[in-house]
Structure formats: structure tokens, C-alpha cells
Design a protein around this ligand. Structure first.
Ligand code: ATP
Length: 245
């Protein structure tokens, strides 16, 4: 049986004459927390959008939850959650109304949806924030609400594109505790982040630069291999080496 949640082989995306993703190959095992790192514009969001069935690749192969990213996009969408970098909630609706709306989009039955919202509200400790208009919430709470929306249909694989951008350290730590609980319950997490301390929470990471993967592995093993003391230093070393080629 194939235990890979994500398999990509030479995935490539051209926008006109610009190659945003350049022959990326990766495997992410079921249940793992995989960190997808890279500087701004490296091609991370473009890769995630191809994996989520939102953008057609130019070439290469890919399977998500066992389904082909060209042919089976609808099947993939039912099995994954996607928390995008952009705030995806309706600002004038309350948190509860937003969750109700997204649950309806997933065609969840009202009784099931009500139960699921109550469950997520407790798990993610949304408390009274769920009753407030989403637009009025502090960033950290908005992000938690967006996470709840992406989890409504119990996805097997969750893609998180910079889920903690602009959030304070305490909130980030609590957000990661929630992610750990999700991973413990068997959800595969594919996370982009700019925060190197968060990268250390991942079982494996990859570093992307100008559309290519320049390193992949367990964070501690990568540090030993490249003789670096911190992921920050490793990141800078690898990017600088590439710039000098
Ligand atoms: P960030 O951390 O800033 O979100 P990223 O690694 O997610 O960066 P992408 O958003 O994937 O990077 O963008 C990769 C490159 O592709 C960038 O140079 C971006 O300007 C370009 N790009 C992305 N989408 C398009 C598009 N629809 N048309 C043309 N160029 C695009």
C-alpha cells in the first residue's frame, strides 16, 4: 500500500516566459508534518495551488491522497483542506456564519455541520470569538477561524500557506500545539512558513529557491550535514551558495 500523502515528480509551472516552479520532486508521508520553506517568491504558493487542484501544472507528475493532480482535482478537493495566505473569510459575517457557509459549500448536512462547528470551536478554543464579525477579530483569532473552516470536512491532508504570518509568538506556539494534535490524530500537514523556529517543529523540511528545491530532510540531520548551528544559518548558507553559482 502506498503510504505517501503527496508525491511529486518534476512538477513545473511556467507563467508566460517565467518558470515559477522548476522540476520539483518530493514525497510527503501520511501523518507527517512537512515544512515547505523558501524566500518570498520562491514558488511555494504556486506549488501548493497545483497540489490542491487549483492550478494546472505545465508539466511533471503529482498525486495527492493517491489521486492525480491533473485528472482527479475534485476528488483531491474533497480530501484536503487549504488554508491560504490570503484571508479567505467574509469579514461582515460572524465566525459561526462563516463556518456555516463553508460547511454548506462542502454540502454537509445541517445537523452534522452544527456538531462539527461545536467540536472545532472547542478543539480550537474559539470561545466567544466565534460570535464576532470575522473582520473585527485580531489576526491570531482570524487564523484560527480560517483553520477551523479548512477542517470542517475532516480532510486527510491539510495545506497551510503561512498560517501564522503576522501573529505574536505566544499565539504562534498555541497554533502549533493545535497542529501537533491534528498530526497526532493522523492528518498530514504541509506547511509553509518564514519562521525558522516553526521549521524545527516539522519532521522534515524542504527549502525552495527560485522555483527549485535546494535541500530536503529532517531539520536536525540537515544541520549536521551542512555543519550549521541553526536553521536560520542553514537557510542563509544554502541561499547564498545558490546566488553564487
Ligand atoms: P511568498 O512567500 O511571497 O508567498 P512564494 O514562494 O509563495 O512566495 P509564489 O507566490 O509561488 O511564491 O510566486 C512565485 C513566483 O511566481 C513569483 O515571482 C510570483 O510573482 C510569480 N507568480 C505567481 N503567480 C503568478 C501568476 N499568476 N502570473 C505570473 N507570475 C506569477
Amino acid at each position: 500500500m502506498n503510504s505517501d500523502a503527496v508525491v511529486i515528480d518534476k512538477l513545473t509551472k511556467w507563467f508566460g516566459k517565467f518558470r515559477a516552479v522548476d522540476e520539483v520532486s518530493l514525497r510527503v508521508e501520511t501523518g507527517e508534518i512537512f515544512g515547505f520553506l523558501g524566500a518570498n517568491g520562491a514558488g511555494k504558493t504556486t506549488t501548493i495551488r497545483m497540489l490542491c487542484g487549483l492550478l494546472l501544472p505545465t508539466s511533471g507528475e503529482g498525486r495527492v491522497a493517491g489521486y492525480d493532480i491533473y485528472r482527479d482535482t475534485e476528488k483531491i478537493k474533497r480530501r484536503i483542506g487549504y488554508m491560504s495566505q490570503k484571508f479567505s473569510l467574509y469579514t461582515d459575517l460572524t465566525g459561526y456564519e462563516n463556518l456555516w457557509f463553508y460547511g454548506s459549500v462542502y454540502q454537509m448536512a445541517p445537523r452534522e455541520l452544527k456538531k462539527r462547528i461545536a467540536e472545532l470551536s472547542e478543539d480550537l478554543e474559539l470561545g466567544n470569538f466565534i460570535k464576532r464579525p470575522a473582520g473585527s477579530l485580531p489576526t491570531g483569532w482570524r487564523q484560527r477561524l480560517a483553520l477551523a473552516a479548512s477542517l470542517l470536512h475532516r480532510p486527510q491532508i491539510l495545506f497551510l500557506d503561512e498560517p501564522t504570518g503576522g501573529v505574536d509568538p505566544v499565539f504562534r506556539r498555541r497554533f502549533w500545539e493545535i497542529l501537533y494534535r491534528l498530526a497526532d490524530s493522523g492528518t498530514t500537514l504541509f506547511v509553509t512558513t518564514h519562521y525558522m523556529d516553526e521549521a524545527e517543529f516539522c519532521r522534515r523540511i524542504s527549502i525552495m529557491h527560485h522555483g527549485r528545491i535546494i535541500a530536503v530532510g529532517n531539520p536536525q540531520e540537515l544541520l549536521v550535514e551542512h555543519r550549521q548551528a541553526s536553521l536560520q544559518e542553514l537557510f542563509i548558507q544554502l541561499i547564498t551558495q545558490q546566488e553564487c553559482v
